[in-house]
Structure formats: C-alpha cells, structure tokens
Design a protein around this ligand. Structure first.
Ligand SMILES: [Zn+2]
Length: 427
C-alpha cells in the first residue's frame, strides 16, 4: 500500500505535510517526500490525515452486552443488582458475540489494539483473531475463599490453557497477560502466587488499582497499607504492570508506582460516570509515569470511543488543576496512542515510524468540524469525532474503510447480540 501526498501526525503531535507513506509486510516501509521504488497499490491522501491507531489500555469488551443496562446508580447497587446477575447468565458464545460488537465499535472509532480483562477469554481471543485487531487479554483472577490456593482456581487452569493456545498467536496480535482483578477481590497470598506464575511465564500484568476512595480506605483498614503497597509487597510490581484507574493514589503510592515503572490506564469517563473521582494525571506525568488511556467497559462509559476519551482526559486535567496549559493536545494524543502501545509491551507499535508495525488510522479532514485547519493536532484532539475515521489498518491490513468492515459481518453481529441479550433477560 502506498498513501500518496498525505499528512502524517505522529504520536508526539509532530506533523509531516504532503508525504508518501509506504506499507509493506505489515510494517511502515518508508515515510517521506521520496516515492518508493516498485509497484504499489496507491491511495490518494490529499485532504487526509494518517495517524497512529489508538490503544484502549483498559476495557472489558464483552460488556458491550450490558451497555445501558444499569445507569445512574450507586456502585454497589450497580454491581450487585445489575452487572453480577447479568454476568452469571453469560455463556462463552455470548462473550464471543459481545466481543465482536465491541471490536466493531473500536475499529470504526480508530482503535487498533486493546487490553482486556474478563472470562471466557478463549472466545475473546477468537473474536480478536477473526476481526484482525490486536489485544492483550487477561483472565480476571479473584478469590477470597480461604480454603483455596491459586492452583485450585478455575482462573489458574483457564489462564494456563490460554497461554498455551493463544499467547503470541496471529503473528503476535494476541498476547495473554496475567490479570489479578484487584486488592479488594483477591487475597494477598494469591496475588503473590500470581506474581510468581507471571514471572515464570514472562507475562505482563493488568490489574485495577485505587479506583474508589472506599477501596483505598478499606484496604488500609484490612492490611494497614494502601492497595499500591499491598501489590508491591506481593511482588507484582516487579513485573511489567498496567494499573487501571489509580484515582485515589496517595503521593507515596504514586512515587512507588513511578519507581516500579508501572503503566497507568487512566479511564476518565468511567470514573466520572461511576462518580469514583478524578485521577491526578498531571502529577503522574510529572513523576514520569507512562499514562495510557482506557474506556473501561461499555457498561460504565457507555461507549468504546477513544477519540472521546482523549478529549475528556485533556479537558478534565485542565479543569481539576484550573490550569488550561495542563495536558496539551500533543500529550493527550500520545496517551491515546504510543503510551497505550508501551503499556501492552508492544514497543514497535503506536507511532508512525519506519519499521514500526503499520497500525494506523486515516481521518478525512474534509468535514465541517475539521474546518478551518489552523492546527490539525488541535482539530484531532478537540474537534474530531468517529465519523472522521475513514480507514483503520492493523499490521498493514485494512479492517475498516468508509463505513464498511472487511473482516466482520456487522449486521449479523448486531442481530446476534440483540437476540442474545433478549433471551438472556428472559432466562
Ligand atoms: Zn475495569
């Protein structure tokens, strides 16, 4: 593929005007004014912008099935009256179709990779492989039963099978992470066993951390230390970790996470909707933490649109600090792209550079909300919307173009998911 005469926006916000971008064998082959030698499948890039695909660093993709099923409720009631009873009825087949629905939404809004924590993860992996998107998938681990060891848990066996069957599958598009759910759902000795297991299998780790004030306070009551220190003492923070939310971190927690090189998955819209609070992203960035962005699930967002998430992150950081210079557009773009790829351990993804994986989005700049073009970066972060996404490409494969899915039957996916939700509610 050769994109001629196109504008390139890199992850750090720098621009290249009117360049030619060649993609070969799933990677960027050449980017510049020169036309590459040879025969190419050409695409006219005038009036178009080529930017890195966005990385959704924290979600639970099958929960698209619960979109709108419980809103405007206290967290406890939302979980215990709506989400948990619904999840009790889910089958692997439901999870597969719900995953496809979420992936379709992500591709149409410019996301090329996501990090997920759920169950029936083999079905999520199959949806990822078939659709062509990338994902780091973790089987959520939680246990308070004192009679059980980590090796006794179904999650341990499912995780082991997942690693054997799917880790590195589809030319590395699928990676399996260890996913201890959180301090408040898991005993510390089990967290330690997960850390040992993840280290022995060379896995990355996804977990939830300090999402609510209640979680933070109850943990201190239970263990005399914060969730961050509990996680550190179990050995988990010696591994490459992505910690979602991090709303209620103390200053010391933040310093510990920075020392351990933990990646943060900031989920501003979910934190707002569940009234969890507002993470101190400005301080995290000053400490050098890699802060990525996630939507969290469609049950608490209620969409998987990373363009919206990027704008919300930028606006919220300004509002909470009362400083409009905080989290400028280039930083927000980096969080939505390269920081997410790094949080997944995908060091050759998330930017438009020679030799990097060709995961990118083409935006159409010929629209009312993108006009006039004083600053393309500003328009992308502060004015664009998913309808500007013309093409989404993963590893050089076009998966979505001008409203059409090339690997997915969207009509069937919507029909199946609606039907499954109805029959589940009837049960
Ligand atoms: Zn979550």
């Amino acid at each position: 593929m050769l994109f001629k005469n196109i504008t390139v926006l890199r992850a750090d916000g720098t621009m290249l005007e009117n360049v030619n971008v060649a993609v070969k064998d799933g990677r960027f082959f050449s980017i510049g004014k020169e036309l590459p030698w040879g025969e190419w499948d050409s695409y006219d890039g005038s009036g178009r912008l080529l930017m890195p695909g966005m990385v959704n660093a924290h979600t639970h993709v099958p929960m698209t099935l619960m979109r709108g099923y419980g809103d405007d409720m206290q967290l406890d009631r939302w979980l215990f009256d709506r989400i948990f009873p619904f999840e009790d009825k889910l089958t692997g087949e439901d999870v597969y179709w719900g995953s496809l629905l979420g992936i379709a939404e992500m591709l149409a809004s410019g996301t090329t990779s996501f990090s997920d924590m759920y169950y029936f993860c083999d079905r999520i992996a199959q949806a990822v492989i078939e659709s062509g998107i990338k994902a780091n998938i973790g089987r959520g681990i939680s246990c308070f039963d004192k009679s059980k060891r980590f090796n006794d848990l179904p999650a341990f066996h499912e995780m082991s099978e997942l690693i054997d069957s799917y880790h590195g599958e589809a030319e590395g598009r699928v990676l399996i992470d260890a996913a201890p759910h959180s301090e408040y759902t898991t005993r510390p000795d089990i967290l330690s066993d997960v850390a040992d297991f993840a280290a022995s299998r060379n896995l990355r780790v996804q977990l939830h951390l300090s999402e609510t004030n209640k979680e933070q306070l109850e943990c201190v009551g239970r263990h005399g230390k914060t969730p961050t220190i509990v996680m550190k003492d179990t050995g988990l923070l010696n591994l490459p970790v992505t910690a979602a939310h991090c709303v209620w971190l103390s200053d010391i927690d933040m310093e510990v996470l920075a020392e351990c090189g933990v990646n943060i998955a900031h989920c501003p819209q979910s934190n707002l909707k569940l009234a969890s609070g507002i993470a101190r992203v400005d301080k995290m960035k000053k400490l050098g933490l890699n802060v990525a962005l996630g939507t969290d699930s469609a049950a608490s967002n209620n969409n998987l649109d990373m363009i919206e998430e990027m704008r919300t992150a930028a606006l919220l950081a300004k509002g909470i600090t009362q400083d409009p210079c905080v989290l400028p557009a280039g930083d927000a773009l980096y969080m939505a792209t390269r920081a997410g790829a790094l949080s997944q351990g995908r060091t050759d993804c998330g930017d438009i550079l020679d030799g990097y994986r060709a995961d990118f989005v083409v935006l159409n700049l010929n629209s009312s909300e993108m006009t006039p073009n004083h600053s393309t970066l500003s328009n992308v972060v502060y004015a664009s919307c998913r309808s500007n996404v013309e093409m989404t490409v993963v590893d050089g494969h076009v998966l979505y173009c001008k409203g059409e899915y090339l690997t997915m039957d969207i009509e069937r996916i919507m029909h199946e998911t609606a039907g499954r939700v109805n029959s589940m509610l009837a049960r």
